[in-house]
Every structure is written in structure tokens, then in C-alpha cells.
Design a protein around this ligand. Sequence first.
Ligand code: SAM
Length: 374
Amino acid sequence: MRKEEFEDTRYVKIKNTDGQAFIKQFKKNLQVIYKKMKVLHEDNFILFPILDENEIVDILKNQQFEYEIIKRKGIIRNDYKFKSLKEALKNILPESLFHYIPNSYDIIGDIAILEFDKFNDLDAKIDDSLKIIIADALISVNKKVKTTYEKTSEIKGEFRVRDLKLLKGKDKSETLYRENGCSFKLDIKKIFFTPRLVFERKRLATAPINEGEVIFDLFSGVGPIAIQIAKRHKVMIHAFDINPVAYHYIKENISLNRLLGNVIPYNLDISSLILPSSEIGKNIQNKADRIIMNLPEKALNYINVACFLMKKSEGILHYYQFTEKPDVIEKTIENVKVTLSKFNYSIDKILNSKIVKHFSPKSELVVLDLKLRS
Ligand SMILES: C[S@@+](CC[C@H](N)C(=O)[O-])C[C@H]1O[C@@H](n2cnc3c(N)ncnc32)[C@H](O)[C@@H]1O
């Protein structure tokens, strides 16, 4: 249970015996009652918390019963749901520190991940205690959050994970996350995952995909793209990831979700597929109707693998890349076009091209949906 919190509040004070008449009067004007605060009782009086004194005076001008507007230290209702972190921190932090409250954070299952990008100019000690106060408030804003971590590094390494530091709650980085009707078990300290691609994954999963297509998800992680596609389409998806922990979770996630299609997971470096010694590579060469390349910092280095897997005649490529501004779409198309031509493929048609999200002050995440032919 959350500890009692107080806030200076205005109240309408009326006699207990007038309570019914008061409530009747306010049935149509409920917005003037300050629902965040508890109703108080003092001797034979009842105190209703209010938002705007003038409105109350106006509404009550023709009433028979007596009332008084008073001030008290109001008690915040235990079941009150704060609408924002800033609201939850209103009576806890001085306004001068509001500037340090992050504007956004990620929630993955029962875990919240915060980034404090405005903290550099604060004394280190205040720094940590302030972060914990903010994390605590985040837990009161989002009832399902049990653990809060701070991002302490960029996404790095071939597994694309970042360092996280516990702020408040249990140090438990495994969670269950639901998105677009699918469930995903994952360990946020050991695998890549971002909830910020929710709409992009929905877009891919609801794209016009033919029954029986053979699809390759070359950088599948715990399977959010492959599984959302297989949930809706009778297709065969080969899903690859080099990270053994991501492989462990994609296997669990395949069985967690009722799928129309098949997802076959592999734990390997996709560049090994093109080696003459690769039996898997031989079996799947030129089998792809559609390929998804969601490794935006390095996808261009693996276009050779995509061309090795793509059907000889034609196929669709969903290609993600971080591209430096300006002209990010034009530059991304040019990059892919030049690299494809080295492996005897060309762009037949650009089905879609767009900025998915801002990645950094200098670059954007771009997606291209391309029809290829050889
Ligand atoms: C940006 S994440 C994308 C994960 C997933 N598509 C998602 O939306 O959550 C890229 C993934 O590619 C994997 N990866 C990186 N290099 C790889 C390689 N050479 N072969 C196979 N997987 C690789 C990483 O382990 C990571 O899980």
C-alpha cells in the first residue's frame, strides 16, 4: 500500500445532515470535486475537496444550506491514479527540480526503464536520491510496474543490449510483455527489446502477405516480428539470432502464442549461412519470398546474405537503417541500390519508404519496403 501523501487543498465544509442535498446538487457538476483527495469528516461536518472556489460559490448561490470554504492538508486517495509522473511528484519535489523528470520512459511488462538525460549538472549525491524519488513516483503512477531501471549505456555489442542499473523495486529483469495480441517473455538485461517499435511491428504483421510465403527474419531477437506475422498468416518463417538468450526466449514465445503459421528459430550468425560448409545455408538458399532485416546499424553489411536467401525471380525486402541527416530516405535508397547491384539484384519497386523514428540528433531510423528482382 502506498504511504499517505498530503497536499494543501480547499474544501467545502457543510453539516453532515446537508450531505445528501450537497451531493444531489453536484451530480451534474462532478468535475468541480477534486477526486484525487479523500473526503474528510470533522465532528458534525463533512468536507468535500474542491478544485475551483469560484465555481463552487456560483453553483451554491441559491442553496438553502450553509457552507464554508476552508483550507486543510488534504490526504491523497490511496486508489487515486496519477495521470503523469509530474503530477505524482507535485508535492514531493520542489518545482526547481521538475526539469530533471524524464518526459518519457519505456514500460516492458512490469519493468520501467528510465533515461535521465538532463542530470549532468547536478551534484552526484542529489543525483542518485532524486532518481530514486522519481522511480518511486513512477511506480505509483503505473500500478503494474514492480521494477525500475536506469539506462546507463548506449545499446552495444553484437547482441545489441544496454547496461541497466536498478533504481527501485526487485532486481528482476525477466518479464512478460504483451503487444498486438501476442505475449513475449524476455530478459531485458540479456537481449535487445524496445516497445517503441510497436506500430512498426503491427504494420509488418498486417501487411498483405500471401498464404504459404517463406519469410526470413534475419535478426529476430525474441521474435516480436516473426511471431506477430505468424499469428495472423499461414506462412513459414525462418528466424535467426546470434544471441543464445534471444534464441532461448523465441522458442518459449513460439509456444506461448497460438500461431497460424510456423516459426523455425536458429541460433547462429547469419553470415555463416553463405559459407560452402553450411548445410542450413544450402537448404534455404534462394527460398525467400520476403526478408526482414531489423539491424539498423549494420544491415547494409548483410545485404549479401539477403541476396543469397532471396528467390531468384523476385521477393520483398523490409530494410531498416540508421541514416545521417539530411535526405535520409534518398541516402538509404542509394546505399541499398548500390550494394544490391554487387550481388545481382535491383530494386523493382519501392513499395514504401519512411522515417520510423528519430534515433539521435543527427540520424533517423528509416524503413524501406522494396520489391527486388535479379
Ligand atoms: C535490433 S535487434 C532486433 C531484434 C528484433 N527484430 C526486435 O524487434 O526486437 C537485432 C538483433 O540481431 C541480432 N544479431 C546481430 N548480429 C547478428 C548476426 N550476425 N546474425 C544473427 N543475428 C544477429 C542481435 O542479437 C539482436 O537480437
